[in-house]
Design a protein around this ligand. Structure first.
Ligand SMILES: NC(=O)C1=CN([C@@H]2O[C@H](COP(=O)(O)OP(=O)(O)OC[C@H]3O[C@@H](n4cnc5c(N)ncnc54)[C@H](O)[C@@H]3O)[C@@H](O)[C@H]2O)C=CC1
Ligand SMILES: CC/C=C\CC(=O)/C=C/C=C\C=C\C=C\[C@@H](O)[C@@H](O)C/C=C\CCC(=O)O
Length: 259
């Protein structure tokens, strides 16, 4: 998939990985709708991207992925402004083991909601042009991360949902590829959660064990993950794939085969 003229939506785009995914899409020719709850950061990012790419290449739309109404309206506005939708990245995510229902709501329900809303515009069976949906999980979606059990559960959920959607799409002919990025620790603000008893709650005692894990795994730069993301967007042979991004490089996860 060449990106010139393609249109993308990225959730949680105001900072961190979402900002990185948006920038690499822009660099490669796409137009990008930046969705985020953080209005100040989102508007400021749009202003700086306007200087680099011109005002017509991006939209910033305030949007909480927990709100069906806001999310639906944001996607509608994207399609009305840019005329189509080809690439959808469900990236917004949080850690909150205290308000764990919010973590489920943002990390898992937000991904399901975004995917179903994107399908309304992208599904070839309902008049769309097809495309690719990339969901941002974590290696905590493939194995346990002890200090954040609910976060771990949501990311496992994202992995299962995305793989099932890939199979559903192939079988039904949606014309949409579904892929996953599963990074290890990345240098973004989400890592601050590890030092916050208000976020880790009853698992705060595991801070040192998580730090040890972090030393073993290393901490990636955002750019290492955005390169992997671009690969999954561009490579038409990848569908239902989970690309782990680790310090030693990127590799596709293998899963037990279903009999
Ligand atoms: N940084 C890391 O170590 C890793 C991060 N990830 C995943 O990458 C994704 C991005 O996280 P980071 O960039 O690291 O974190 P971050 O905290 O820097 O950025 C998250 C962005 O999502 C936005 N957001 C939060 N709740 C939202 C909501 N309800 N609706 C819309 N936007 C919302 C925030 O405002 C922020 O801009 C998350 O899904 C996270 O779980 C996965 C593996 C490792
Ligand atoms: C506190 C969370 C901070 C940031 C968000 C995030 O998602 C970070 C995840 C970082 C590491 C997770 C580690 C999990 C490790 C184990 O459970 C492994 O069994 C994971 C499974 C496969 C890894 C494959 C490999 O290393 O080759």
């Amino acid at each position: 998939m060449a990106l010139e003229g393609k249109v993308a939506v990225v959730t949680g785009a105001a900072q961190g990985l979402g900002k990185g995914f948006s920038e690499i899409l822009l660099k490669n020719g796409a137009k990008v709708a930046l969705l985020d709850v953080a209005e100040v950061a989102g508007k400021s990012l749009k202003e700086s991207l306007d200087e680099q790419y011109g005002p017509d290449r991006t939209l910033f739309i305030p949007c909480d992925v927990q709100s069906q109404q806001q999310f639906k309206a944001a996607i509608q506005k994207t399609v009305e402004t840019f005329g189509q939708l080809d690439i959808f990245c469900n990236n917004a995510g949080i850690i909150n083991e205290v308000d764990w229902e919010k973590a489920v709501s943002v990390n898992l329900m937000g991904v399901v909601r975004g995917t179903y809303l994107a399908l309304e515009h992208m599904n070839k069976l309902s008049g769309g042009q097809g495309g690719v949906i990339v969901n941002i999980a974590s290696i905590a979606g493939l194995g346990p991360l002890l200090s954040v059990p609910v976060y771990t559960a949501t990311k496992h959920g994202v992995v299962g949902f995305t793989r099932a959607m890939a199979d559903a799409s192939k079988e039904s002919g949606y014309g949409i590829r579904f892929n996953l990025i599963c990074p290890t620790f990345v240098q973004t603000d989400i890592l601050n959660a590890l030092q916050s008893p208000a976020i880790l709650g009853q698992f705060s005692n595991l801070e040192d064990s998580t730090k040890k894990l972090m030393e073993q795994h290393g901490i990636l730069d955002v750019s290492q993950v955005t390169e992997a993301f671009l690969q999954l967007v561009l490579d038409e042979t990848k569908d239902g794939a989970a690309l782990m991004v680790l310090s030693k490089g990127s590799q596709y996860s293998t899963f037990p085969s279903i009999i």
